[in-house]
Design a protein around this ligand. Sequence first.
Ligand SMILES: [Zn+2]
Length: 296
Amino acid sequence: MYRSVERRDNNYYPRRKKQKRLQRKIIGFCLFTFLLGYLCGRVVLAAEHIFMEPDWKTIAGASAGELPDASAKEQDLYGWNEAQGAGNSGKDEWGDGPGTMFSGDYGQDEAWNLRLVNFENPLPEDFTVELTEVGEGHQVDSRIAQALLDMIAAGKRDGYQIWIASSYRTMQKQTSLFENKVANLKREGYSETEARREAGTVVAVPGTSEHQLGLAVDLVSSEYTGLDERQEQTRSYQWLVKHCAEYGFILRYPNGKTGVTGIIYEPWHFRYVGKEAAAEIMEQGICLEEYLEQRS
Ligand SMILES: [Zn+2]
């Protein structure tokens, strides 16, 4: 009885069997496509880790200094003190060249505006700086706020809309960006050690980001907000490179200087050093490390 029913099914409903086979094929194809897409995504992510710059960021038009994602590419941080705003003394005029000397607390006998922060020269954990809001939730060292605003305003007068994509970051923020990156890499299969090393090439190790100083900003064109080398093709970038020194800023990580700075070419990261140093650095096409070396 059962058998006859079964046979009848086979005989009478061959179309249903075909449909089932077709369904299975479609499901299989979908699964395969999904897997393929996933694998491609992984490959792209891995490539990004290798090629993206350490500092990156985000978008300028986004609100208030929010990094778009934790994977975030940029890093600043040590701002744990931002709310309290204590810090270096006086407000020097931004325009008058090398500024006042550090009080000596930081063990670096250099003018505040020429302070070097990089992997070999991390900031102390107790570093503090007085901050001033410069719009859209961005803050910088109070001593450079006016210079930065003046530069952006001048660009605007000349017809260029320049946006701040990243500015001062607290230590907490930098630490959180860095740890997020490490966690992501570990999920991708990196060991703890490998993940930390790799993360350091994409997000500055807490304490070593120049953004923590409050003297660096990432500036992008309203026409193109990506933090990649195409930024150099924007008219805003070209205006900035031509005029930044007039406001005391330099292009901090120029093309071809990675061997000295340890940071990839970043045609968006500008650093305040004061007018005098900025003029020399931009004129000679050197980086801050080389300038400081020349002076010593
Ligand atoms: Zn930057």
